[in-house]
Design a protein around this ligand. Structure first.
Ligand code: ADP
Length: 324
């Protein structure tokens, strides 16, 4: 029997190349070898989203991005988290097996609480429990995620261990699966590429938008003049070219160190390489967007398939916990 792969993406906007290189590529690659379940985790978005006016369109856009990236609904289950309400029940049940102290020491919680002291809601503290519930509701064993999610996944493993100890062996401890680019730095050259920081390139951006964004990217901060030798290993644009332009990277490294190429030309080449790499995805996205009935149908079918798994798990959990 194939192992179950599970992962989720928050609908906080369209997906960016960090999501794609850090996790999405594995979503697609895993479809044949694993029995995959992927979802748009809209409830997670509510933990930080004060304004929900755009939530429905963000869900739809992120769903389109996943399909355009190559998720095949014939191979993988793809759906929207809240369309399967069993998640709420499992979230409540798992929260009974999770010490509050574990949640209060999660670094991302502390960081978000520091940044938005006026919006430290109960759901935000429970975010890792909801994430653990997502994974185990669908009996996920292998979880493709970016490096930033590893602490949350570790916590999910602890919750699973504790649940199993208390109520008997029920879940496998989920394992992370990283891509070869598990942490994509944003165009500012310092922070994680992220929608909320505005340092990203959307998968669905046009070629022109992409070029404009790439041309604004920060390169080697020590290289002030075109004639200064560059330090490719300290340059985020070089790192992205390693991924998008692998065949010319040895030559580029030398040219940069010898100041034979300037940052502007290097960025122009990166923009071209990204546009070329993403062209098929973007073309698929345009044709999917022209067929919203199909996309809605995939969403409905996905939720129906996911619910079958979810109900089975929930019955098992309720029986283990003495509820039935
Ligand atoms: P975001 O962080 O952009 O709000 P999500 O939290 O929904 O996106 O992340 C969806 C997936 O993309 C997760 O597996 C996450 O680890 C991965 N991911 C997000 N940003 C990056 C990044 N800059 N580099 C690598 N992976 C990332």
């Amino acid at each position: 029997m194939k192992k179950r792969g599970f992962s989720g993406v928050r609908p906080t906007g369209r997906l960016h190349i960090g999501n794609y290189l850090g996790a999405g590529k594995n979503y697609v690659a895993m479809q044949d070898e694993y029995d995959c379940v992927y979802c748009i985790v809209d409830l997670h978005a509510l933990t930080t989203l004060a304004d929900t006016d755009k939530l429905q369109s963000n869900i739809y856009e992120a769903f389109l991005d996943l399909l355009a990236a190559g998720i095949d609904p014939q191979k993988a289950v793809i759906f929207v988290q809240s369309h399967v309400p069993e998640i709420n029940e499992l979230f409540t049940l798992l929260s009974m097996a999770t010490p509050l102290s574990w949640l209060l020491r999660v670094p991302t919680f502390k960081e978000k609480a520091r940044m938005h002291p006026q919006n430290v809601n109960y759901g935000l503290v429970g975010y890792p429990v909801l994430m653990a519930a997502d994974i185990v509701l669908y009996k996920g064993e292998v979880v493709p995620v970016g490096e930033d999610q590893l602490p949350h996944l570790e916590l999910a493993r602890e919750i699973v261990r504790r649940f199993n100890e208390h109520f008997g062996e029920t879940f496998r401890e989920p394992q992370a699966k990283l891509t070869n680019f598990p942490m994509v730095v944003g165009l500012d050259g310092k922070d994680k590429m992220s929608k909320s920081l505005g340092n990203h390139i959307e998968l669905a951006a046009t070629a022109e938008e992409t070029t404009k964004r790439v041309m604004s990217a920060v390169t080697d901060p020590t290289r002030k003049l075109r004639s200064d030798p560059g330090h490719p290993k300290a340059c985020n644009v070089f790192k992205l070219r390693e991924h998008f332009d692998p065949e010319c990277i040895t030559q580029l490294e030398e040219d940069c160190r010898m100041a034979r190429i300037g940052c502007v030309d290097c960025k122009r080449a990166l923009a071209e390489a990204i546009n070329c790499d993403l062209a098929p995805l973007r073309a698929r996205r345009i044709s999917l967007a022209a067929n919203p009935e199909y996309v809605r149908q995939v969403m409905l079918d996905g939720a129906m398939k996911a619910q079958v798994i979810a109900r089975q798990t929930l019955d098992e959990v309720k029986s283990k916990m003495g509820l039935i």
